[in-house]
Design a protein around this ligand. Structure first.
Ligand code: SF4
Length: 350
């Protein structure tokens, strides 16, 4: 039986591409690539996600983590970045290369994507679609069912595995043809067309670009930490991340690397912190002052608290007062979605 391997984003276009091909009696296996920038949370619930996609859309999907390859590509994408830190053309090239490698594993003979000519300014222009095919080594084996009739016939069409007449010629940014097609498949509950990739979100992208400019080696947990919390670049090279609520505190604790310090007040309520690349005593003092500043307010003459730094066997304790806002304002990295700085009233002591 002919089988196609689909690059599946979870958006409407990719699921329509799967259904258009499956409607020809071709077996379709979808693969959803994930990195901390998109889809990573699904790794913890892959079976549940696959079941949802099967039951809701009739598509078989597996996840594949391509974080390491993506991190390397993101440092220097050959085709540059989009409006933010999004390397969309190189991202597609990378994902197609990965998908091509998976063809034998799934006994698939060609690839499909939900790309539509002219839908996205950067990555779906006609010349860009060709570049993506060429640079991923997928010329001839990449079929885009939603706009196939605007493209040269692929191998699968030429060999008669796919009936070109039953493919589509969608073109441009309008969504109506997709919505109509979805209706014809009985699909009504689908996710919005864009979204899901933090590299296109201005504030998140700024943080990630900051990280890339500063650290030559990209660490998975650093990237995951960049996507939440309060971030401070300390004056002597330290990088402090503070949780903004109990859930973030727990995530920081789970994500910290042995080389980093966990920072918190053992005897008072406040944020969990992770301090990275701290070598200077002033950075420890600053981090302690920030942890107290974002902790629950203390009443009384002395607003001091003990702050504990732990890293493996190493332990330090500092007595600190809240750091004045005017001191640390310039240290703050762009925050994703938060309002003005406030205290964090949940967290330790345990
Ligand atoms: S928005 Fe993100 S996931 Fe989508 S193509 Fe661009 S970089 Fe890749």
């Amino acid at each position: 039986m002919t089988r196609a391997l689909a690059l599946f984003s979870g958006g409407l276009d990719s699921l329509l591409a799967c259904r258009v091909i499956a409607a020809q009696g071709i077996s379709v296996q979808a693969v959803k690539f994930v990195t901390p920038f998109f889809g990573y949370e699904l790794l913890a619930k892959e079976q549940e996600y696959a079941r949802m996609v099967r039951e809701r859309y009739g598509i078989e999907v597996v996840l594949r983590d391509v974080s390491e390859a993506f991190f390397t590509m993101l440092r220097n994408p050959a085709h540059g970045y989009g409006k933010n830190f999004n390397p969309c053309v190189d991202c597609k090239i990378l994902l197609l290369k990965e998908a091509k490698r998976l063809l034998p594993e799934f006994s698939a003979s060609f690839l499909i994507t939900g790309e539509v000519l002219g839908q996205r300014p950067m990555s779906q222009r006609r010349d860009t679609l060709r570049v993506i095919e060429r640079d991923s080594g997928c010329t001839g084996i990449l079929l885009r069912p939603l706009c196939a009739k605007t493209q040269e016939p692929t191998l699968a069409e030429r060999e008669g595995l796919v009936d070109r007449e039953r493919l589509l010629a969608f073109n441009g940014r309008g969504r109506q043809p997709q919505i109509q097609l979805a209706k014809s498949f009985g699909i009504t509950d689908y996710p919005p067309p864009a979204g899901g990739c933090v590299l296109t979100e201005r504030e998140q992208a700024k943080r990630i670009a900051w990280y890339y400019a500063r650290y030559p080696k990209v660490r998975l947990n650093d990237i995951r930490r960049l996507l939440f919390g309060r971030h401070f670049q300390l004056p002597h090279g330290g990088w402090l991340v503070l949780g903004r609520d109990e859930a973030e505190n727990a995530r920081l604790e789970a994500l910290h690397d042995p080389a980093d310090f966990l920072v918190y007040m053992p005897e008072w309520f406040g944020p969990m912190g992770v301090l990275h690349a701290a070598g200077h005593a002033d950075d420890f003092a600053a981090a302690a002052g920030l942890v107290v500043r974002f902790g629950k307010k203390m009443t009384g003459a002395s607003a001091r608290a003990e702050v504990l730094f732990t890293s493996g066997e190493e332990e330090r304790r500092l007595l600190a007062e809240p750091l004045a806002d005017e001191i640390f304002q310039g240290w703050s990295l762009a925050h994703a979605s938060e309002g003005p700085a406030s205290e964090t009233t949940v967290g330790r002591p345990e």
